[in-house]
Design a protein around this ligand. Structure first.
Ligand SMILES: *Cc1c(COP(=O)(O)O)cnc(C)c1O
Length: 364
């Protein structure tokens, strides 16, 4: 037998596989899963009904072009249907973008604590991931622009960013775009856009409309509560959308996701309720934890980043203490933030339980 083995392309074996947020604690019990930025409100009742109703059609292939869903998204967001594409989660779209626009010798740029998927997508395609430093756990436009080279092909910007929860203003995003060569694709990942209620924030739709090198990605996993179905979409220039249609799988979005997604996007009342719950809890959580001496970023998402530096306690010990009590937060050491934990906003009871437990932990 030959000792040669099938060998993956260069870079693939350097990838550390993505590990999602934990679901259970040390004791095996879960009181609150606050590790993946999921919504505490579940999904819209209308989306659940639509999902049940499609069960009689499981034997039929889905519409490969996601036509009806694209029409629903276009109507709600007032966007042109021919510049939208749906994906199996926005993660798939981020991968397809990288797959189509970056390869060996190319650089994929993002900020220091940017979403992990950007690095994974770059490496899976043999491209070189490049990180630009942040200021105060916030995207630094000047640092990103300074990190651009002749080889840069894609710049990923999560705005607001996960796991920091911070954002940059529409003016800052425009300044970033203005400083880029026209052959660099700027990807605005607006996974948490629905949660942001800052007057100087913009999801990126305007920049997409006015330029040929900007694409915005969105998801049904966060505020819509459809994480299990894997559904995302993107709005971009026609020439980029055309390229993504060529590289996507023929039936990349399943029919259950289509049915639930259409009902979900039309239920904007549900979205408003989720925003209201979040707006109530982000300040309470932030102030309560800061009051205990913990660092908390100014988050505009549905999660907060808690920093244990300076408390004399380790984030990993806090993680253990919380998870022993069934409270599951997210370690963010893989994001270069070993002194921090990320917490999704949960139900009233879940949030109170974490506040009480952290207080106990810090006093212990
Ligand atoms: C959660 C998240 C996504 C979305 O992922 P899906 O694949 O749509 O579930 C994308 N970007 C960021 C920054 C996220 O936090």
């Amino acid at each position: 037998m030959s000792s040669l083995l099938p060998t993956p392309k260069p870079g693939i074996l350097d990838i550390t596989p993505y590990v999602g947020g934990k679901s259970t604690g040390g004791s095996g019990q879960t009181v609150a899963k606050l590790s993946s930025n999921e919504t505490p409100l579940g999904a819209s009742t209308k989306a659940k009904t639509a999902l049940k109703e499609m069960a009689d059609k499981l034997h039929l292939y889905p519409d490969g072009g996601s036509t009806a869903l694209i029409e629903a998204i276009a109507e709600v967001h007032k966007l042109p249907t021919d510049r939208l594409i749906c994906g199996n989660g926005s993660d798939e779209l981020l991968s397809l973008i990288t797959n189509a626009y970056a390869g060996p010798g190319d650089e994929v740029l993002f900020s220091q604590h940017g979403f992990l998927v950007y690095e994974l997508a770059a490496m899976a395609n043999g491209a070189t991931p490049v990180k630009a430093p942040e200021q105060n756990l916030t995207t630094d436009v000047d640092a990103l622009l300074a990190a651009v080279t002749d080889r840069t092909k894609i710049l990923f910007l999560a705005n607001p960013n996960n796991p920091t929860g911070t954002y940059i203003s529409a003016d800052e995003v425009a300044r970033l775009h203005a400083g880029l060569r026209s052959d660099i694709l700027l990807v605005l990942d607006a996974a948490y856009a629905e949660y942001v209620r800052k007057p100087d924030y913009e999801s990126g739709a305007k920049l997409v409309a006015e330029n040929d090198n900007v694409i915005m990605t969105r998801t049904f996993s966060k505020i819509y509560g459809l994480s299990a179905l894997r559904l995302g979409w993107a709005y971009g220039p026609s020439h980029v959308i055309d390229v993504l249609h060529r590289v996507r799988g023929p039936f990349n979005v399943n029919a259950a996701a289509h049915a639930a997604g259409i009902a979900a996007v039309k239920d904007q009342e549900f979205v408003e309720a989720a925003v209201a719950h979040n707006d109530k809890w982000i300040p309470i959580l932030t102030q309560s934890l800061r009051g205990m001496g913990l660092g908390v970023t100014d988050s505009v998402g549905n999660f907060i980043l808690i920093d244990f530096a300076g408390t004399g306690k380790e984030a990993s010990a806090a993680d253990q203490y919380l998870s022993d009590r069934g409270l599951i937060l997210r370690s963010v050491a893989s994001y270069g933030l070993p002194t921090c934990l990320r917490m999704s906003v949960g139900t009233d009871d879940e949030n109170r339980a974490v506040i009480d437990c952290l207080k106990e932990f810090l006093e212990a």
